[in-house]
Design a protein around this ligand. Structure first.
Ligand SMILES: Nc1nc2c(ncn2[C@@H]2O[C@H](COP(=O)(O)OP(=O)(O)OP(=O)(O)O)[C@@H](O)[C@H]2O)c(=O)[nH]1
Length: 381
């Protein structure tokens, strides 16, 4: 039964296809072969073309997969040297347009490129050298590879939370994005991006991700499938429903505090380094009944986090705890405290950008300084 419900809740492989969103594909690439040299007259064969990937912001992986269903990219061969044309022409490079923000890696997981800016290029399969005196006039074959193209969103802020916490509602209230909002879990089936624009035109990008639930690391719910999209964000914005969460009648009810701890565990299980990022906690639905009591209770439990985890099975308790820079009560649907959220995020991002520019030793000092300064903030636990 447990197995069955896990299978039912497991993200189906075709999920992204059903929702017309694709954030990973594998392609075969081959550089063109070099042309044969002409020994008798010392003629040189042309070099094979390279397969080159170029980042384009208007491209999507879905479009790439639709345009090239075979997912094979083979560059042109170099021309052979001939009696009447001793210098064979080089084969043309094959240029493949991929979305901006992709990571390219080999089957063994080794990353070969990170294409973050529009127009960035990388040769993913070199063409073979044409035949000439260096290789006994025997040409070489082109390089052959399988390349995994992984789209990782480039956003300043990543929203993480259980389903129904109000992440999409928050994204709507902070930007012009129009993600689907509904009163049932897993309304959000794919990541959405929104942009918050400040009065001085400063922009902050926010990625709303499908909800996580406990056991995501065992592929329950949508699993960790979309967590890669927070890897490159500067700040984690953790959103919880003050009233807690229950997936269905057979599931255990989880209080807001428990959902925070369970989210903490899921992030840690995915990649502990994610917890190096600054984190902000939003306790949502402050317009609902008994909010103040629940909010206070959650803050108190967070103060003694380790001791307050009795209700959570040991294997679901994180080793490394969230260290929130700020905790803010909000109502995403009424827009309460949303301005505070925006200003807090802006301040943290500005500070992160400043730290990024410092030399390493100064970076460490600056981080401690920043943190202790923030401790005077009343929302800090
Ligand atoms: N009362 C109240 N309801 C809210 C608030 N924010 C969101 N909701 C409601 O909570 C439900 C879930 O909101 P969503 O924004 O879809 O939640 P989500 O976290 O994106 O959910 P998933 O897509 O399942 O991950 C909807 O019915 C919203 O109207 C709030 O501040 N107050």
């Amino acid at each position: 039964m447990v197995h069955l419900s896990r299978v039912l809740l497991t993200a189906p492989r075709g999920l992204s296809r059903k929702t017309k969103f694709l954030d990973r594909i594998r392609v075969y690439v081959r550089g063109g072969a070099g042309g044969q040299g002409y020994v008798r007259y010392g003629g040189l064969g042309g070099d094979g073309g390279n397969v080159v990937m170029v980042a384009k912001s208007n491209k999507t992986l879905l479009k790439l997969a639709e345009d090239f269903p075979e997912k094979r990219f083979i560059a042109k061969n170099g021309a052979d040297s001939k009696r009447l044309l001793l210098l064979g022409d080089n084969g043309e490079d094959l240029v493949v347009e991929v979305p901006t923000g992709v990571v390219l890696s080999l089957d063994n997981g080794k990353e070969i490129a990170d294409l973050n800016a529009d127009g960035e290029t990388v040769v993913v399969a070199k063409g073979g050298a044409g035949g000439g005196p260096n290789n006994d006039f025997r040409s070489k074959k082109g390089e052959t590879r399988s390349i995994r193209i992984d789209l990782k969103l480039l956003a300043d802020v990543g929203l993480v939370g259980f389903p129904n916490a109000g992440k999409s509602t928050l994204l709507c209230s902070m930007s012009r994005a129009k993600p689907k909002v509904a009163d049932y879990p897993f309304t959000t089936l794919r990541p959405h991006l929104g942009v918050t624009v400040f009065d001085d035109n400063r922009r902050i990008t926010i990625a709303d991700l499908p909800g996580l639930i406990e056991g995501a690391h065992m592929n329950i719910g949508m699993g960790h499938f979309f967590l890669k999209h927070v890897e490159r964000t500067k700040v984690l914005l953790v959103v919880v429903d003050a009233q807690g969460f229950v997936l269905n009648r057979r599931s255990t009810f989880r209080t807001a505090f428990e959902t925070i701890v369970l989210l903490n565990k899921e992030l840690e299980m995915y990649k502990p380094e994610l917890l190096d990022k600054p984190q902000v906690l939003l306790i949502n639905k402050m317009d609902t009944e008994c909010f103040n009591e629940k909010y206070e209770e959650t803050l108190n439990l967070l103060k003694n986090c380790r001791e307050s985890m009795d209700s959570i099975p040991e294997e679901l308790q994180p080793n490394r705890l969230f260290d929130f820079k700020s905790i803010i009560p909000i109502s995403a649907s009424l827009g309460e405290n949303i301005d505070t959220v925006k200003q807090t995020l802006r301040k943290i991002i500005d500070e992160e950008n400043r730290i990024d520019k410092l030399p390493l030793q100064n970076k460490l000092n600056s981080h401690i300084d920043f943190h202790s300064k923030e401790l005077s903030n009343t929302f800090i636990v």
